[in-house]
Write a protein that binds this ligand. Structure first.
Ligand code: AKG
Ligand code: FE2
Length: 335
């Protein structure tokens, strides 16, 4: 490294230390999150590759203002049933698969994240279970996460090719405290992130539905003591973060909405929309959902588990899905 580069790096380290970032880097922010975006001009210049079954201009307008959209009745029931059949195969015969599962229960500490084979079978059907990246094993999962109606919307907000970052299956409510996703779900560029919550059944009020604060994607970012991203060295905790978000959204009188969507509906939310899982009031009530996080080719040119490798890519409806480099034996085993 040249001397000038070294000095520049040192200065930037010192600056990061003294003035932690308080916002997304302005030059990375998607067009629609910049000041006064012209949605008409964008659509004129970059019409969607397909015509979606919703009014894209209206949805982009809602997104800009509220930080989320609900796309109603866009996924055929059959696609969901195919996916759920694959999921049932997995949880009934976990010994036949390799895949990472997280169960947030005390009894599984300190290794709450394990290969599916290494949890007791009954636990997989219970609460606090997150099945990670099942789309890598299931072609039906890949098709679902890349449904053209979802890809069309994401391509419009990012104005770039979309990449699947991660997916989770929930059978029950998560009861997660309020959070925004960008400090945790990381690509190279935290502003280029969005998520989809695909309802796999009609969602009931007593199941611990997802909630979110309308317009909260615009509130000032929380400082973890290390900037806006959570790091092992952060001096603030996830619960401090939750308290900040709940208080700021309440003070600003942002409306707290509960997501009661139906099978085949999809919520798409912004990297910085504050959301969480409400309390389950009927322990027997399921809340089946497939939650997918997405980024862009610019922000995620690699798989998050192998940042120095060129990923093996699959193209689904123009969206890129990277093979999981850690579990090549599992890729597309369910066809
Ligand atoms: O579905 C939920 O309750 C929470 C999911 C969530 O926040 C996430 O995956 O980012
Ligand atoms: Fe989240």
């Amino acid at each position: 490294m040249g001397l000038l580069r070294k000095i520049a790096t040192k200065i930037s380290d010192v600056k990061d230390f003294l003035i932690p970032d308080t916002e997304f880097a302005a030059n990375t922010v998607p067009w629609i999150d910049q000041e006064n975006p012209s949605i008409d001009a964008f659509l004129e210049k970059k019409p969607p590759r397909i015509t979606p079954p919703y009014n894209l201009k209206e949805k982009l307008t809602d997104w800009q203002k509220n930080g989320y959209v609900v796309l109603e009745n866009i996924i055929p029931k059959e696609m969901i049933d195919n996916f759920w059949n694959d999921f049932e195969k997995l949880v009934r015969n976990p010994d036949d698969y390799d895949l990472s599962v997280r169960i947030d229960l005390e009894e599984f500490k300190p290794n709450q994240e394990r290969n599916i084979k290494d949890f007791p079978k009954e636990a997989l059907l219970g609460k606090y279970v997150k099945i990670n990246d099942f789309h890598n094993s299931s072609v039906a999962g890949k098709k679902l996460m890349s449904h053209p109606s979802i890809v069309t919307f994401l391509e419009a907000i990012f104005d770039q090719q979309v990449v699947a970052l991660q997916s989770l299956i929930f059978m029950y409510g998560s009861q997660q405290p309020t959070h925004q996703d960008f400090p945790w779900v990381t690509a190279k560029i935290p502003s280029q992130l969005a998520a989809a919550w695909i309802a796999l059944e009609d969602i009931k009020i007593d199941s611990g539905p997802l909630y979110y604060y309308v317009g909260s994607h615009k509130i000032p970012k929380f400082n973890f003591g290390t900037g806006i991203l959570f790091k092992p060295s952060s001096t603030k905790s996830p619960l401090d973060f939750a308290a900040y978000l709940d208080k700021t959204c309440t003070d600003r009188k942002l409306c707290k909405e509960t997501l009661l969507i139906k099978k085949g509906d999809v919520l798409i939310w912004h990297a910085a929309l504050a959301h969480g899982g409400s309390m389950i009031t009927n322990p027997a009530q399921t809340r089946k959902s497939f939650v997918c996080h997405y980024s862009t080719v610019e922000a995620l040119p690699f798989h998050r588990n192998a940042v120095n490798q060129i990923p093996v890519k699959q193209d689904y409806n123009g969206m890129l899905i990277y093979n999981n480099p850690l579990l090549p034996q599992s890729e597309d085993v369910l066809k």
